[in-house]
Write a protein that binds this ligand. Structure first.
Ligand code: ADP
Ligand code: MG
Length: 802
């Protein structure tokens, strides 16, 4: 009986506890579902808000579009106004035409240009505004932030969707477990009901058995039998009981197992609750983030909105200001137009007046032309008579000029002596013999110093050219002489000096650097060209040489033929050389041909030209003949360019035979030249022209108004100092024969050829031999070391004998 009682109680209490757990799971799931639906609602709300915001943005965009179109309309309007103004201005411009109006027009054009620029600016701003909605705040930090927020939002939305999926899966699981629980509970209920029925039946049978036993005990013997039967039956019942107990045990085990399962399920439910709570927390976090992002986005939108509004307002204000300025300009233009109108009226009046004047102009012009013609005729007559007068005066002036020139030449002294020192050359060699012995005075270009045998000697000439002087420098000095040839003067230029001192270089020069000869002819050509309008000139050239007192034609067909100097048969007293070839030259090419021809003649004639040329005098005779086209006046000028034979004193070195003869001839002719020049310079009565072929040939060119220049060539090196000293003494001696103002010397000792040879330099005093020009007490020196001899007057100068 005890067993029955204890077995029944635990079963009953176990059933109660298992039944109280199953209704608790349903509310949790319910709450989760509720939370889910709440989240869904919130999401829908957010989406709605987003849509609303988008709509607002669209509205703003359309508003902005409207503003911009409005602004564009305004700009269009302004453009139209401008165009109309420009048309009006152009109309006015076409109507008007005066100078005052042009100023106004210019002003209007400037204003117009300015207005155009403003309009262009407005258009640019408009373009900017248009560009803004298409790319809101492109590149600004707000837009970047909002894009980030949008990205974050979409991320969060994705996460929410994921969580929702997870939640729904959990819900499904919970549902399944709840169903299984309900099933297990149902089965447990059935088992319990079955067990209760069995117990009921068994207890009823037990009670029946007890009652039967008791009745049987009361009935004694039969009862014993009955008891025995009952006992037999009771063992059967006991077996049935133990069976039912075993079954009960099995059921209890099953219930415990079910409880275990329930417990596990409860734990699972618990964890799913926790998961749900976590998810909720996450969702709450996402929501707050969403909220924040939303807030930021709203702020962003707000600031963008404000920016946009501000920009629109600013643009609008600017447009208004510009509009105002345009209006003001318009007003200015209008007032300008008003002021222009009276000017236009006066201009029209002026124009009409001018028109009337122009109509009457041809008549006036004819009259004026008539009177002017008469005036011009009169003026021409006057000019003609003036011209005649001027021509007469010109001719007189020409005569006067020539007279003056003659006088000037007479006063200045028509013989000038200059020196030119050649540079030291390779041919001079090296060593003490080749050292420089010549120096110059830096302050006076007419002084030259020579160191001879250790003693300094100085000379004064008309000019001294140092070794640095160029061909052009030298030519500059002689230029005036050459041009005077065109005016009909005779000119002689001599190059004097020892062989190798640079005579030929100075006269002929080199092809690259020509000397006086070629430069003189070039100058003559250019001068003649300049005068070509009034004068007709012909320039002819002859070339001759004098060797051993024999004159030869260098341009003739037979150069070896001896030429004679004769008096002109016309009784003019002029000399001429029959058979001397004359070439007319017109250009530099002609000169070159002539020179070349002369050179070839000389080369073929003499095998050693250098030696020969140093022992002969070479003459280039240029004759310039001119005719004055207006007067018929004729002039003839002769330019004699002479490269003299070497002045070195060969006789002293004991030369013999032909060499001695050559030297004697050279010395004779050079002495004669010295004599003639001295005689001329001192205005001597008798000039010994006939003492040599050279002086005789040049008689015309040395006498009268003619001019002579002696270029004394000097070698600078030590070994030549003796000859240099000799040359410089010769030069100074020629020069020192000077004419004092109003005083003339009639007599002067001549230089014999012997003297030319034997004249030794007086180095220390630098005083030339007094024998040559003995004029007692007349010697004066202008500066130390120089010789200057004043010559005494001797009465009138005679015309030079022929
Ligand atoms: P000359 O005719 O007196 O015998 P050259 O004219 O033949 O002497 O000159 C002798 C040398 O010196 C030539 O080689 C010449 O080129 C040279 N010479 C002379 N004078 C000059 C100068 N001023 N500059 C350069 N070289 C010169
Ligand atoms: Mg020479």
């Amino acid at each position: 009986m005890n067993v029955e009682k204890t077995g029944g109680r635990p079963f009953g209490s176990g059933r109660c506890s298992s039944l109280s757990g199953s209704p608790g799971a349903a509310p949790v799931v319910h709450r989760m579902v509720e939370a889910m639906s709440q989240l869904r609602e919130e999401k829908a709300q957010l989406q709605e808000e987003l849509v609303a915001l988008r709509e607002r943005l669209a509205v703003r965009d359309s508003e902005q579009q409207a503003t911009s179109t409005q602004l564009q309309n305004q700009v269009e309007h302004l453009k139209e106004k401008l165009i109309s103004q420009a048309q009006e201005v152009s109309r006015l411009r076409s109507e008007l035409g005066g100078t005052d109006l042009e100023k106004h027009r210019d002003l209007l054009m400037v204003e117009n240009e300015r207005l155009r620029q403003e309009m262009r600016r407005c258009e640019a701003e408009l373009q900017e505004l248009r560009a803004k909605p298409a790319a809101p705040c492109a590149g600004c930090e707000h837009s970047q932030e909002s894009a980030q927020l949008r990205d974050r939002l979409s991320q969060l939305q994705l996460e929410v969707a994921e969580n929702k999926g997870l939640l729904s899966e959990l819900n499904l699981e919970v549902q399944q477990k709840t169903d299984r629980l309900a099933e297990v509970e149902l089965r447990l209920k059935d088992c319990l009901a079955e067990k209760a029925q069995e117990e009921e039946r068994l207890s009823r049978r037990l009670r029946d058995s007890h009652e039967t036993i008791a009745s049987l005990r009361a009935q004694s013997p039969p009862i014993k039998y009955v008891i025995k039967t009952v006992e037999v039956e009771s063992s059967k019942t006991k077996q049935a009981l133990s069976e039912s107990q075993a079954r009960n045990q099995h059921l209890q085990e099953q219930v415990a197992m079910q409880r275990q399962v329930l417990k596990e399920m409860e734990q699972q439910l618990q964890s799913s609750h926790q998961l749900t709570a976590q998810l909720r927390a996450q969702i709450a976090m996402y929501e707050s983030e969403l909220e924040r992002a939303h807030g930021q986005m709203l702020e962003e939108m707000q600031s963008l909105e404000e920016d946009k509004n501000r920009a629109i307002e600013e643009a609008f204000a600017r447009a208004q200001v510009e509009m105002k300025a345009v209006h003001e300009n318009l007003a200015g233009v209008r007032t300008n137009l008003l002021t222009l109108q009276p000017a236009l009226r006066t201009l029209t009046n002026d124009y009409n007046g001018l028109k009337r004047q122009v109509r009457g102009f041809p008549l006036l012009l004819q009259e004026a032309l008539k009177s002017v013609k008469a005036e011009i005729g009169q003026a021409i007559e006057e000019v003609n008579s003036n011209n005649q007068e001027l021509l007469r005066k010109y001719r007189r002036e020409l005569q006067l000029r020539k007279k003056c020139h003659n006088e000037l030449v007479r006063l200045k002294g028509n013989i000038r002596v200059i020196a030119r020192v050649r540079p030291v050359t390779k041919e001079d060699g090296e060593g003490p013999e080749a050292t420089n012995a010549v120096t110059f005075d830096p302050d006076d270009d007419s002084i030259i110093h020579l160191l001879h045998k250790g003693k300094p000697v100085s000379f004064e000439l008309d000019k001294v050219f140092s070794s640095q002087a160029s061909q052009q420098d030298v030519f500059q000095e002689v230029q005036a002489l050459i041009t005077s040839c065109i005016d009909g003067f005779n000119v002689c230029i001599f190059a004097y000096g020892q062989t190798g001192a640079g005579k030929t270089y100075t006269m002929e020069g080199t092809p690259e650097n020509p000397g006086i000869n070629q430069r003189a002819l070039r100058l003559l050509f250019s001068e003649v060209q300049e005068k070509a309008s009034d004068w007709e000139y012909t320039i002819t050239v002859s070339a001759a040489e004098i060797y051993n007192e024999v004159l030869r034609d260098l341009l003739g067909q037979e150069p070896q033929e001896k030429l004679e100097i004769r008096l002109c048969p016309d009784g003019s007293g002029q000399l001429y050389v029959p058979g001397l070839t004359e070439f007319q030259v017109q250009s530099v090419e002609d000169i070159n041909k002539v020179f070349e021809f002369g050179h070839t003649n000389r080369t073929t004639e003499f095998t050693n030209l250098n030696e020969h040329s140093s022992r002969s005098h070479a003459l280039l005779i240029v004759t310039v003949r001119g005719v004055d086209c207006s007067t018929g006046l004729r002039t003839t000028g002769k330019l004699n360019l002479v490269d003299l034979a070497g002045s070195e004193r060969v006789g002293k070195s004991g030369a013999e035979g032909s060499r001695l003869r050559e030297a004697q001839h050279i010395n004779k002719s050079l002495s004669a030249l010295g004599d003639v020049i001295a005689a001329l310079r001192s205005r001597q009565g008798h000039v010994p022209f006939r003492n040599s072929k050279l002086t005789y040939l040049l008689q015309d060119s040395l006498s009268g108004d003619s001019k002579t220049l002696m270029v004394v060539q000097v070698s600078p090196v030590e070994k030549n100092t003796s000859e240099t000293l000799y040359s410089l003494k010769f030069a100074e001696r020629v020069r020192s024969v000077e004419l004092g103002p109003g005083s003339r010397r009639t007599e002067l000792g001549s230089w014999s050829s012997q003297e030319h040879l034997e004249w030794e330099p007086a180095c220390q005093t630098s005083q030339p031999s007094a024998r040559a020009h003995s004029a007692p007490g007349s010697g004066t020196t202008s500066r130390p070391g120089s010789i200057r001899r004043k010559l005494q007057p001797s009465g009138k100068s005679r015309p030079l004998p022929v």
